[in-house]
Design a protein around this ligand. Structure first.
Ligand SMILES: [Zn+2]
Length: 261
């Protein structure tokens, strides 16, 4: 891969803006992912957590009404229905802090936005604008401290964020608009690096579980549970997967047992 996002380190003493890791990196392919050079340990930075996450899924583009994506769409929503009250959320409880106990979440709704994405490439700034506009218009529910908008892009659309592109450097990310509107972006996994050798749906549930757990434990990247050397809870275990309820999900770092679980 052209750049290793996880090797970025803050440049102390320079004016260069350091942004904490918030992406799913590409699958390492046949090479095994390098073991972390510094032993992982998430520490809490006093920011908000999504204690009972309310997910709203957004499928952008009319092609979500066409085969084969139209078969995938309800399956993705069923995945959220299941996963938000599953053992995966239970295991995040170890990251509860005083007055912020992490518990189950719920899928509160879904929408297919038939307005087309502006082009073959969509920048994160356009996604932030879209979410804000659709909230203002009432198309999306108003954001609360627990709302997480999960935006899925159609096949053939590349997302750029922080100067890098989906399928070149990342397979998904989460972020916060004005530190208060939480969202995740899932480009369609149309490349080997974001499929990781599995079917479209399994790649989407794996990367979605990665971003979901990160958005819960670190909704404002770097201000929740974070590791300056290794990133967020899912980054440490990127592309290590297991099956839960028949779904492919990613392992997540546990401080408690000192491994990916
Ligand atoms: Zn990540």
């Amino acid at each position: 891969m052209p750049s290793k996002p996880h090797s970025k380190t803050p440049k102390v003493g320079t004016s260069e803006l350091y942004r904490p890791i918030r992406i799913v990196p590409l699958h390492p392919g046949k090479a095994k992912a390098a073991a972390p050079q510094v032993p992982p340990k998430l520490t809490y930075r006093n920011g908000p957590l999504l204690t009972s996450v309310q997910v709203f899924t957004i499928f952008w583009g009319a092609t979500w009404n066409d085969a084969p994506q139209n078969a995938l769409l309800p399956k993705i929503n069923e995945f959220f229905d299941f996963i938000l009250s599953s053992q995966l959320l239970d295991q995040l409880a170890e990251y509860s802090v005083p007055n912020q106990a992490i518990s189950h979440g719920v899928l509160i709704g879904t929408i297919t936005l038939t307005t087309p994405p502006p082009g073959k490439t969509v920048d994160d700034s356009a996604i932030q604008n879209l979410i804000q506009q659709e909230i203002s218009a009432g198309t999306l529910p108003a954001s609360t401290p627990n709302t997480l908008y999960f935006l899925f892009l159609p096949p053939g659309v590349t997302v750029t964020q922080g100067g890098s592109a989906s399928c070149q450097v990342f397979c998904g990310y989460h972020d916060a608009i004005n530190n208060s509107i939480f969202y995740a972006v899932m480009p369609y996994p149309s490349c080997a690096g974001c499929l990781g050798g599995v079917a479209d749906f399994d790649a989407l549930t794996s990367t979605s579980s990665h971003e979901l757990c990160e958005a819960i434990t670190d909704p404002i990247p770097g201000q929740g549970w974070y590791d300056d050397n290794n990133g967020e809870i899912g980054d440490i275990c990127a592309w290590q997967t297991r099956t839960l309820g028949g779904y492919t999900i990613q392992l997540e770092w546990s401080n408690k047992v000192n491994q990916c679980v």
